[in-house]
Design a protein around this ligand. Structure first.
Ligand code: ADP
Ligand code: ASP
Ligand code: MG
Length: 405
């Protein structure tokens, strides 16, 4: 008998048929004597649609109200999944994030889990119930409903697996596992049997939305081994775990493309100490994550000045622009240029630590395709470039072909 956390994403619960399918799988484990905690996302498209509705009313809706709104998506699916299990004669109880004991900080729309008190989950499991928990949501100590950032049901599942010390954590989705690139863009991408936390973390934070990056960070921190697999078949998936020696033999593990980035350039920023600190403190205070930062020679007006570019998540662009505009009189730059027509293409592999020449080959591949590189950033195990959004998929295919085949 095992204690298992299973997470089902939006497409896996997209309609009543799929929900029945999920219930049938859960029932198999339950009848086998396993204790199952199920985490579900909103039905596919529901979260996007709720965001769209709010934005039809106001461009920058209040974030507390957004959380109140978005949490309803997952609340629908927990109840439907419980009903589907009841229809199979299985005892099941649905719980919201708050009812499941998930406590977060108060940063609405991207709250962090502070702690989980799984008392109620344990009690219900002991009584023979399947417990179904709403993904993506929690509650502050003061009782405010929060959400954990897009794709946050992955985090709910991994954090619960750690909190209840589950023997198994399975992330069910609409692909068979983690591939060397998004199989929807690169048809000959290959499924990996296993991947290290660090590689998965880089791929996820660089755009492979198969796992939410914060959930992988959490898994690494708490040593939660998990499997990414399909809810539509019984094929073995991809195991995500600590790095092993044999993993270093592969130079490039995967390629990812992030189309969810936007770029802000401040033209002719005065070039003296403290300016960058002032800008990024203000951005940080607004809870906006900055990814790449590049400072380059000004095409401004002659005084000692630099151009400063940085990237943020697309949904934060308006907010970031507003923060920057608010600093204009204090700092005195010429103007702000903002664009969301960019993509970030990245190569990831722990083998890059011990192999050279990867960057050169990547840049050469892009040059042959006539694709211009706008920004570059590297770490020990990744190389990323910012390019024109329109060339993103072509670039990804070319780079995948050059390094993986
Ligand atoms: P869920 O709703 O189950 O959470 P997501 O849509 O968030 O599923 O993530 C699954 C999708 O991630 C796949 O349909 C696939 O198109 C995409 N994806 C991007 N990169 C990868 C990759 N490297 N391997 C597998 N899937 C990927
Ligand atoms: N429903 C949320 C989203 O679409 C959370 C999730 O699916 O993991 O982002
Ligand atoms: Mg997801």
């Amino acid at each position: 008998m095992a204690l298992i956390v299973q997470k089902y994403g939006g497409t896996s619960v997209a309609n009543p048929e799929r929900i029945k399918n999920v219930a049938a799988r859960v029932a198999r484990y339950h009848r086998n004597g396993d204790q199952v905690v199920v985490v579900v996302s909103a039905m596919s498209g529901v979260t996007d649609n709720l965001i769209k509705l709010a934005k039809e009313i106001m461009a920058m809706p209040d974030e507390r109200e957004m959380d109140m709104l978005l949490a309803t998506g997952e609340q629908t699916t927990i109840a439907l999944t419980a009903i589907a299990l009841h229809a199979l004669g299985i005892k099941a109880v649905s719980l919201t994030g708050a009812q499941a004991g998930i406590v977060t900080d108060g940063v609405h729309t991207k709250a962090k889990i502070q702690n989980i008190t799984p008392k109620r989950i344990h009690e219900l499991l002991a009584q023979g119930h399947v417990v179904i928990v709403a993904g993506f949501q929690g509650q502050t100590p003061e009782g405010q409903i929060t959400t954990l950032g897009r794709g946050g049901s992955d985090l709910t599942a991994i954090a619960l697996a750690a909190a209840i010390k589950a023997n198994l954590c399975q992330i069910y989705t609409d692909v068979d596992g983690v591939y060397t690139a998004d199989p929807r863009i690169v048809p000959n991408a290959r499924k990996m049997e296993e991947i290290s936390y660090d590689e998965m973390l880089e791929l996820a934070s660089l755009g492979a939305k198969v796992m939410q990056s914060r959930s992988v960070e959490f898994a690494k921190k708490f040593g939660v081994v998990f499997e990414v697999r399909s809810s539509l078949n019984d094929n073995p998936g991809t195991i995500v775990k600590e790095e092993t020696k044999s993993m270093e033999g592969v130079v490039v593990r995967g390629v990812s493309l992030d189309k969810n980035q936007a770029k802000i350039t401040l033209v002719a920023v005065p070039d003296h100490p403290g300016i960058a600190a002032r800008i990024f403190k203000a951005i940080g205070d607004a809870a906006i994550n900055v990814d790449m930062i590049v400072q380059n020679i000004s095409h401004g007006s002659g005084k000692p000045a630099t151009d400063l570019s940085f990237t943020v998540d697309k949904p934060d662009l308006l907010k970031a622009q507003k923060v920057i505009e608010g600093l204009k009189s204090e700092i005195g730059f010429d103007k702000v240029i903002a664009t969301d027509k960019i993509a970030k293409l990245s190569l990831v592999g722990v083998g890059m630590k011990s192999h050279t020449g990867v960057a050169g080959k990547m840049f050469d591949t892009l040059a042959r395709e006539g694709i211009n590189i706008d920004m570059i950033s590297t770490s020990e195990i990744k190389i990323s470039v910012v390019i024109d959004l329109a060339h993103g998929e072509k670039a990804m295919k070319a780079v995948h072909a050059a390094f993986i085949g």
